[in-house]
Ligand binder design. Structure first.
Ligand SMILES: [Zn+2]
Ligand SMILES: [Zn+2]
Length: 277
């Protein structure tokens, strides 16, 4: 399995010199299976560049998993080039039971007041599927287990398995102490890679409690408890520069080195970075 980050930023696109290394596009990840089959996670602004990279692609059959419909996770869809090519099929999967239907959330952001083309005018054949947490599904030759995360609206994490490799994607999740953490530990246990929300420093968290995001420290504790091999800190705060992210990662790793032998390879997710599992 191969993972490529096209957008790692949370909340809003954050271009500029201070975010060059970890990137300014909002969330989007390319997942390739052993037969090069493609899964796309989230359609933040990063999906525009991913779409451009698919210009020569012949498959024309795309599977897009959406964590939730907050703007930073869907805003790139109107700029996903393959959707504007006749004969393309895009299957969009997202959480059931959210505040409005998955299709309405996508359609509303393409209302004529905001965008020149309506969703129903997009040339590609689109299908929207809402799925509950806990029920595994097969897609693009991979087994996907959705898990309900802790966020202000219904949000799914996805455990993706193929060819003996496991990748867990959990953005926009607020880890809480005690029991609430335990089911997610089982869900991501033994993953080869966990991509997890790490928006706040320990100092910033108290004034953002309940906003649905985690600290670097809590993400690392989860990865250690679950015995994952690699952890990518994700959903970088727009206010954090690359250098500040480096400092926050060092601080979290330092805290953990003192407490126990950290065996997790932990790093901040960077736009354009590719990881082979
Ligand atoms: Zn977000
Ligand atoms: Zn969100």
């Amino acid at each position: 399995m191969r993972i490529k980050f096209w957008g790692t930023r949370g909340t809003r696109p954050t271009p500029g010199r201070r975010t060059l290394r970890y990137g300014g596009n909002t969330t989007c990840i390319e997942v390739r299976g052993s037969k090069e089959q493609l899964l796309i996670l989230d359609s933040g602004s990063g999906i525009a560049e991913l779409g451009a990279s698919l210009a020569e692609d012949r498959s024309r059959d795309y599977h897009l998993l959406i964590s939730h419909t907050h703007w930073d996770h869907i805003q790139g869809f109107p700029f996903f080039g393959p959707a504007f090519v006749h004969g393309t099929r895009v299957t969009v999967v997202g959480p059931a039971g959210s505040i409005k239907s998955l299709q309405s959330a996508f359609a509303d952001q393409m209302d004529p007041a905001y965008f020149p083309l309506r969703l129903d005018q997009v040339p590609a054949e689109l299908e929207f599927i809402e799925v509950p947490a806990g029920q595994p599904l097969e897609m693009a030759g991979m087994t996907i287990t959705p898990y309900e995360l802790n966020h202000p609206i219904v949000t799914l994490g996805y455990r993706i398995q193929e060819g003996g490799r496991t990748f867990c994607f959990a953005t926009d999740n607020e880890l809480l102490p005690g029991d609430a953490v335990r089911p997610i530990t089982d869900w991501c246990r033994g993953a080869d890679l966990l991509v997890h929300d790490a928006q706040y420093s320990e100092g910033e968290y108290p004034s953002h409690a309940g906003w649905g995001h985690s600290t670097f420290d809590d993400a690392l504790s989860l990865a250690e408890d679950a015995g994952v091999r690699q952890l990518a800190f994700f959903h970088h705060d727009p206010l954090h520069s690359d250098d500040e992210i480096d400092a926050l990662v060092e601080e979290a790793l330092g805290n953990h080195r003192q407490r126990r032998a950290g065996r997790v390879l932990a790093f901040p997710a960077a736009e354009d970075q590719e990881i082979v599992l």
